[in-house]
Write a protein that binds this ligand. Structure first.
Ligand code: 9MR
Ligand code: 9MR
Ligand code: ZN
Length: 584
């Protein structure tokens, strides 16, 4: 395996390779174990009671499996030859409320040698194969981020992975009509951007948290991200690939602003459309009236993007900042929270009060411009919120993004007392996440909270944990961050990965119109599904069940963020190699 870790495996999606290696590997394991006298039945049965990260672990980090069965001893065997490389004992049982199971932990953190392995527990079975490698999350990072490209609207997309080409033709080139915004019969250009989810509509509020989290990843882990070659490479090579993809969204966002500075809430069909490829959706799509949350999120995203793009494209950066300021000025003249009038629509609503969105906008505009009026606005709003961070947050609550930007700032002029209080609030929030994760049978950072899209919430906790690590560098914050990833890749009640194309037995039928109702079409790779709710065990890999098995941009973005945080496990020399692009 080590020898196979060449530039190619670091830079190209390892999906094909991994599945081929897995198959070879499974065959080998079976043969070797039979030959060495291990009972074939015990050796071959992957048992879903043994739950671990089926993608794998960075060598130096903790490694734990949750086992929903009674056992005393476990072994770790090396994939290729079946050799026992580690043996350990079960922890005392903990009650897992989610599933009503007693969970015992198998801790194999001491195993640090890179390789491919599986756990074997006499009397229970074996785990799926997993890797230990410094670059273990490079491929998943690429897949989760390239999934954003595959969501592009307004152009054709095409990506070859694992012997399959995922493609569609240019779609929704008529976006969009202005009938609901006072100009019946007229049309204005709103092409581009990413589809929201399993539906093809485009919602500014949900773009907000998505772009916000992706730009946080860039701000915090930019140099590491830049070391990973991504598809598609930025066409003009003026931008890092990562920013090139984000520009696809910000270009669209610029088209969502009205002349008065307000921002339209969405572009959408009136009702959810049929299960056809995007280019075959022929129903008219409309601008929806403005909302103050969309306008504030727009101001926040574009101010943040102006910072990210400044070193590469100053003119574009200035254009983004000017649009952001116009949105903010509009909001100052309209201080009340205003929901969009969505009377004409039955598609996604994304309605939310705007106090957190306005706070976020003020923080980003201040960080980008250094102007005191934005700072004063942010600080007043932060106090009004009671100086707090939230463990659980998302599209309807983005104040963490503003708070994190303010705390991470190197600008002078901040209110020292507020900085101190916010730091303390951040650390205590992160400590609660750590405690929650430690008390949970599957080390889930959201504990026993389940709701629509909660898998996205699990990785959103990583943004808080990483911010806390910068204030107070405790190992526990990285550990809990990794626990969030491990939970989504298989340390969960199913022992399965929740991300298409990655890890063991991933979702094959998420709710998405690109393959819905056409069972011969394979689900596209790199997508995180929403997950079971109201109970942990309510997930089903059922394409009709959009409540638990849809995919969405705001769930993939924090997955990208979390994986980006651990690209650091790739040492600099390998990162430099990864920088050189391998042939397609
Ligand atoms: O497919 C839609 C999905 O993208 C949304 O998240 C979901 C909830 O808003 O709604 C789905 O559309 C369903 C609609 O609400 C009711 N009729 C069946 C649709 C699923 O095909
Ligand atoms: O993620 C959204 C979730 O918080 C809401 O409870 C749910 C119902 O309103 O809608 C989810 O968002 C969907 C959106 O409305 C339409 N596109 C698909 C989104 C993910 O299911
Ligand atoms: Zn489209």
């Amino acid at each position: 395996m080590r020898a196979a870790l060449t530039r190619t495996s670091l830079t190209r999606a390892p999906l094909a390779r991994v599945s081929l290696i897995r198959r070879l590997f499974a065959a080998l394991v079976a043969l070797t174990l039979v030959a060495s006298g291990v009972s074939a039945a015990a050796a071959q049965a992957v048992d879903s009671r043994i739950r671990l990260d089926t993608v794998g672990y960075p060598p130096a980090r903790p490694k734990r499996a949750s086992v929903a069965a009674r056992f005393d001893e476990f072994r770790v065997r090396r994939g290729p030859d079946g050799a026992v490389v580690f043996a350990g004992r079960a922890s005392a049982p903990v009650r897992n409320e989610d599933t009503g199971e007693d969970i015992r932990v198998a801790d194999f953190s001491a195993l640090k040698e890179p390789g491919a392995y599986f756990l074997e527990i006499p009397g229970v079975g074996r785990s799926p194969a997993f890797r230990v490698a410094r670059d273990v999350y490079v491929g998943p990072f690429r897949a989760a981020f390239e999934a954003m490209y595959l969501w592009r609207c307004g152009s054709s997309v095409s990506l070859a992975r694992g012997g399959t080409t995922y493609r569609h033709d240019a779609c929704h080139l008529g976006d969009a009509r202005l009938d609901f915004v006072g100009r019946p019969g007229e049309r204005k250009d709103a092409t581009g951007g990413w589809h929201d989810a399993g539906d093809y509509n485009k919602y500014v509020v949900n773009a907000g948290v998505t772009v916000g989290v992706l730009l946080r990843a860039w701000e915090e882990f930019g140099p590491r991200i830049a070391g990973v070659a991504l598809d598609p490479p930025n066409a003009h090579a003026r931008l890092p690939d990562f920013l090139g993809e984000i520009k696809w969204e910000t270009d669209w966002l610029l088209k969502m602003q009205a002349a008065d500075g307000s921002v339209y809430h969405k572009v959408s069909t009136k009702d959810f459309g049929p299960a056809v490829m995007p280019e075959d959706e022929q129903t008219e799509r409309y601008f929806a009236p403005w909302s103050s949350a969309a306008t504030a999120d727009f101001a926040a995203m574009l101010a943040s993007a102006a910072r990210a793009f400044r070193p590469y494209d100053d003119a574009y950066s200035r254009r983004l900042l000017a649009a952001s300021r116009r949105a903010y000025d509009f909001l100052r003249a309209h201080p009340e929270s205003r929901r969009a009038d969505l009377a004409g629509f039955t598609t996604g609503a994304y309605q939310t009060d705007d106090a957190d969105d306005r706070l976020w906008a003020a923080a980003e505009l201040w960080e980008t411009t250094g102007e005191r009026a934005y700072l004063a606005d942010f600080e007043r709003r932060a106090r009004a919120f009671g100086v707090k961070f939230d463990e659980d947050w998302g599209w309807s609550n983005v104040k963490n993004l503003g708070m994190v930007t303010y705390l991470a700032s190197r600008r002078g002029g901040r209110d020292r007392a507020l900085v101190r209080e916010l730091r303390a609030a951040l650390v205590s929030t992160a400590d609660r996440v750590v405690a929650t994760s430690r008390a949970h049978g599957h080390a889930r950072t959201l504990g026993t909270k389940y709701y629509w899209g909660a898998n996205g919430g699990v990785v959103n906790t990583v943004v808080v944990l990483q911010a806390a690590r910068r204030v107070s560098p405790k190992a526990a914050y990285d550990e809990a961050s990794l626990d969030a990833i491990h939970n989504l890749f298989g340390r969960n009640p199913y022992g399965r990965s929740f991300v298409t194309g990655l890890g063991h037995d991933p979702p094959r039928r998420p709710h998405d119109r690109r393959w819905l109702g056409r069972p011969h079409l394979r689900a596209w790779p790199g997508y995180l599904v929403g997950g079971g709710w109201p109970k942990a065990t309510d997930w089903a890999d059922d394409e009709e069940n959009y409540r638990v098995n849809e995919i969405a941009i705001n769930w993939n973005a924090p997955l990208v963020y979390a994986l980006a945080a651990f690209l650091e496990e790739t040492p600099p020399a390998e990162r430099r190699r990864a920088n050189r692009r391998a042939p397609r």
